[in-house]
Ligand binder design. Structure first.
Ligand SMILES: [Zn+2]
Length: 293
């Protein structure tokens, strides 16, 4: 989905001239994982495309493994179809673990995902960085910084350029509020915030109740990083501890129509990955809700 956002004109001796071409904002919508019934990764891409979607977050949440030849042909087909790829790294990552082996493995899991992401052309690797593990938020933030600095060093040595996307987390015991993520982005190059609206909603006891609430968070994200905004959306059930489970868009908690209004006026590219139980079906609903405003 592309949208024109304006023309800037200037006066020269020849008269009025367009001094900046039309800026196009691209919006991408797609599922977290292969659509239901996909027979193969390539078939998943064909389905995403046939449905009229243009993004896919490939799930390496249990293990980061894909043969190089397959990753390259998958990436090639995605490019032909105009599908923007992202990759989700394993769930087991915890840079703040008291167990040294887990910290070292966390670096390895990021690196493995980064290699596949590079082969398939996924521009960002999304991951859950840490638990508080009984330590203070400050110490956890420092542990995440150290872990990601190590990842970046190793990625640079191998020429791996995907962005590292820190996801906002939905459980109160899990590291990953927007301000915490902002601290890391300031220090480690190549790290970006990944906004999971359902998680923020769950963690803050139902923050999103209006268009203005979404605006406020998106402004906060923009203050951290003003490039392509990568986000996850799902409705969500929550308790005092935060996230309990993801729900379909029809649950309207939070209501996607508020976010849709913000996306219509956004001045930078953005991807919305559907993480509801109805993945691609709800991704399509999100796209049509934005398109119909
Ligand atoms: Zn995630």
């Amino acid at each position: 989905m592309a949208r024109e956002v304006g023309i800037v004109c200037g006066r020269t001796s020849q008269g009025l001239t367009i001094i900046e071409s039309i800026a196009r904002v691209m919006l991408y919508f797609g599922p977290a994982g292969y659509p239901e019934g996909s027979k193969s990764p390539i078939d998943a891409l064909e389905t995403v495309h046939r449905l009229g979607l243009n993004a896919l977050e490939v799930q390496f949440v249990r293990q980061a493994r894909m043969e190089e030849r397959k990753a390259r042909s998958f990436g090639g087909r995605a490019e032909e179809l105009g599908i923007l790829l992202s990759a989700h790294a394993p769930y087991y990552i915890n840079f703040n673990s008291a167990n040294r082996t887990t910290v070292n493995k966390s670096v390895e899991w990021i690196l493995r995902t980064a290699r596949i992401a590079d082969q398939m052309g996924a521009w960002v690797i999304v991951f859950h960085a840490a638990s508080y593990s009984g330590k203070s938020p400050r110490r956890a933030t420092n542990a995440v910084i150290r872990g990601l600095q190590r990842c970046k060093e190793l990625m640079d040595e191998e020429g791996l350029n995907s962005k590292l996307g820190l996801e906002t987390m939905g459980k109160k015991g899990t590291w990953g509020t927007l301000p915490e993520i902002g601290e890391v982005v300031k220090v480690v190059e190549g790290v970006i915030p990944v906004v999971d609206f359902g998680h923020i909603h769950a963690r803050s006891d139902g923050l999103f109740g209006s268009v203005a609430d979404f605006h406020e968070i998106i402004d906060e994200v923009e203050a951290i990083d003003d490039d392509h905004m990568h986000c996850h959306f799902s409705c969500i059930e929550y308790t005092d501890a935060g996230e309990k489970r993801h729900l379909p868009l029809a649950a309207k908690d939070p209501d996607f129509s508020f976010l849709a209004e913000v996306l219509v006026g956004i001045h930078r590219d953005a991807t919305v990955i559907s993480e509801t139980p109805l993945l691609e079906k709800d991704a399509l609903r999100m796209k049509s809700m934005v398109g119909s405003i």
